[in-house]
Design a protein around this ligand. Structure first.
Ligand code: FAD
Length: 418
C-alpha cells in the first residue's frame, strides 16, 4: 500500500558537470518542470508505478519516446488470469482465453494439453498498454510522449532528466526527487547510470500474418526453435502471431520456421503480413536494481520469466513494489541508496527463486538433444505426469511444477543426461 503524499518542498541543485549516480554538486538552478517522480518508459512496468504513485497524490511524470503508448510493441499479449485479479484489469481487454495448448514435438507429434479453467488470456498488447496509460493519467500522472530520455544525473536534492522532445526540438531538462527506469531491455541508459549489464540475452522474434489457428501451438526442436520453443497465437479472423526465441539472426530463423511444410501450407500468402520484429530479452536480473534516487523496474531490471520470457506481469508487480518503497522514501525524504534498497529486498523475495529456477531449467533444456525432448514429451503424455502437470501448472509461477517434474526419476534422468 502506498502512503499519502506529504507537503514537502525541495530545491534542485544541478551539478556543474555530468556525474555518476550518487555524486553531489552545488550550482542552484531555477526549474519549472519539477516532479516528485519521473518515470522513463510507458510500458506496463512504468505505467503501473506511475498509477500507484499518482493515486497516492504524488506529482508523477512519465516520459515515453514514442508518439503514442502501446505502439510499436513486440509481444504475443498472453497474460495469466492472476494478473487480471491482482491489478483489477478490465475483462474488455480479453480477446480470448486459453484453456488448451497444442505442443508439437521435434518430430512433429502433436499433444493437446487442456485445463478445466483458463490459465491465461490473450490481449491486444497495444490496447492493453494504452489502457494502462489512461489509468495513469486518470490517477493524475502527466504522460509526456515523444520524450526520449538521453541523460539522467543525480544532483543535490534530486535528479535531472534530459529528454529530446519530438524530432527537432531542443533537449529539455526536467527534475524530480527520484527517477524510475522502466525502459525495457537493451536500452543504453542503464550503463550510463553505472548499472551493470545483464550479460545473457535472447532475441524474441515475431510477425503477424494470415494463418488460421484454433488454439495456441508451441513447437519444440533445435532446428525450428533454437532457444526453447516457437509459437503460434491465434488472434481471430484467421490472423495469428508467429514467433520464436533465438540468439541471433532473428528474421532468418523465423523465416525458416515459417517455411516448415506444416506451417507454410497454412499461410495465406495473399493476406497482409507485418514486418518481422525483433526485441532483446534479458536472461537473468541486475545484480543491483537501485542507486541513490534511482530505481529500475520491469524488463530493464530482468524481471521476466526465463522459461517463457513473459514479462508483463512481473514488470507490473515490481512496478508496484517500487511505488510502495518510493512513496515511503518521499514521505520521509529518504531516497538514498540505503533506503531504496528495500525495493530490491522485496522483489527478490517475490521473484528471485522463480527466476533462478527458470534459468536452471532453461540451461538443462538447451543442452538436451531433440531425442531427449521427444522422450520428455512422450513421458508428459502419460496420465500420471499429465495430471501432475495439470495440477501444478500455473501460468506465472513455474517453480512448483519444475520442482515436481524434476522429482520424477525418469524426467530427472533425461534432464540430467543433457
Ligand atoms: C516476441 C515477444 C513476445 C512476447 N510475448 C509476451 C507475452 O505473451 N506475455 C508477456 O507477459 N510478455 C511477453 N513478452 C515480453 C514483454 O513484452 C516484456 O517483458 C514487457 O513488455 C516488459 O514491460 P516493461 O514495461 O518492462 O518494458 P516495455 O514494455 O519494453 O516498455 C518500455 C517503454 O520504454 C520506452 N523507452 C525505452 N527507452 C526510452 C527512453 N530512453 N526514453 C523514453 N522512453 C523509452 C519504450 O518505448 C517502451 O514504451 C514478449 C516479448 C517479445 C519480444
Amino acid at each position: 500500500m502506498v502512503l499519502a503524499r506529504p507537503q514537502t518542498h525541495f530545491s534542485i541543485v544541478l551539478d556543474h558537470l555530468p556525474r555518476q549516480v550518487g555524486s553531489k554538486g552545488e550550482e542552484a538552478l531555477t526549474v519549472k518542470d519539477e516532479f516528485d517522480v519521473l518515470i522513463v518508459g510507458a510500458g506496463p512496468a512504468g505505467l503501473t508505478t506511475a498509477s500507484s504513485l499518482a493515486r497516492a497524490g504524488f506529482h508523477v511524470g512519465v516520459l515515453e519516446e514514442h508518439v503514442e503508448i502501446g505502439n510499436p510493441v513486440n509481444c504475443s499479449g498472453i497474460l495469466g488470469v492472476e494478473a487480471f485479479g491482482r491489478f483489477d484489469l478490465s475483462s474488455r481487454l480479453i480477446r480470448h482465453s486459453l484453456d488448451s495448448v497444442e505442443f508439437v514435438s521435434p518430430r512433429g507429434l502433436r499433444w493437446e494439453f487442456r485445463t478445466d479453467k483458463p490459465l491465461a488470456h490473450v490481449v491486444d498488447r497495444g490496447e492493453f498498454d494504452a489502457e494502462l496509460g489512461v489509468a495513469a493519467r486518470k490517477a493524475g500522472a502527466t504522460v509526456l510522449l515523444e520524450h526520449r530520455v538521453t541523460d539522467i544525473r543525480t544532483v543535490f536534492g534530486g535528479v535531472a532528466v534530459t529528454a529530446s522532445e519530438g524530432s527537432d526540438l531542443e533537449p529539455r531538462t526536467l527534475t524530480s526527487r527520484v527517477v524510475v527506469v522502466a525502459t525495457g531491455a537493451g536500452m543504453p541508459l542503464l550503463s550510463k547510470l553505472g548499472f551493470n549489464d545483464i550479460p545473457a540475452k535472447l532475441l524474441g522474434v515475431q510477425a503477424e500474418l494470415d494463418l488460421p489457428a484454433s488454439q495456441v501451438e508451441v513447437y519444440f526442436g533445435h532446428k525450428w526453435a533454437p532457444e526453447g520453443f516457437a509459437w503460434i497465437v491465434p488472434l481471430g479472423r484467421r490472423r495469428s502471431k508467429v514467433g520464436l526465441l533465438c540468439r541471433r539472426d532473428g528474421p532468418r530463423v523465423l523465416e525458416r520456421f515459417l517455411s516448415r511444410p506444416d506451417i507454410a501450407e497454412r499461410i495465406d500468402i495473399n493476406g497482409p503480413a507485418t514486418e518481422i520484429r525483433t526485441s532483446v530479452l534479458p536472461l537473468g536480473f541486475l545484480s543491483k536494481s537501485y542507486a541513490d534516487r534511482v530505481v529500475v523496474v520491469g524488463e530493464a531490471a530482468g524481471h521476466l520469466k526465463p522459461t517463457t520470457c513473459g514479462g508483463i506481469y512481473y514488470g507490473m508487480l515490481t512496478g508496484e513494489i517500487a511505488a510502495d518503497v518510493i512513496a515511503s522514501g518521499l514521505e520521509q525524504d529518504r531516497l538514498d541508496s540505503a533506503s531504496l534498497g528495500a525495493y530490491e529486498t522485496r522483489w527478490r523475495d517475490l521473484l528471485q527463486d522463480e527466476i533462478e529456477t527458470g534459468l536452471k531449467l532453461r540451461r538443462s533444456f538447451k543442452l538436451m538433444s531433440d531425442w531427449g525432448i521427444e522422450r520428455l514429451m512422450s513421458l508428459a503424455r502419460h496420465e500420471g505426469i499429465a495430471s501432475m502437470i495439470r495440477e501444478k501448472a500455473n501460468f506465472d509461477w513455474h517453480r512448483g511444477l519444475i520442482d515436481a517434474v524434476l522429482q520424477n526419476t525418469t524426467v530427472g534422468r533425461i534432464l540430467g543426461a543433457a
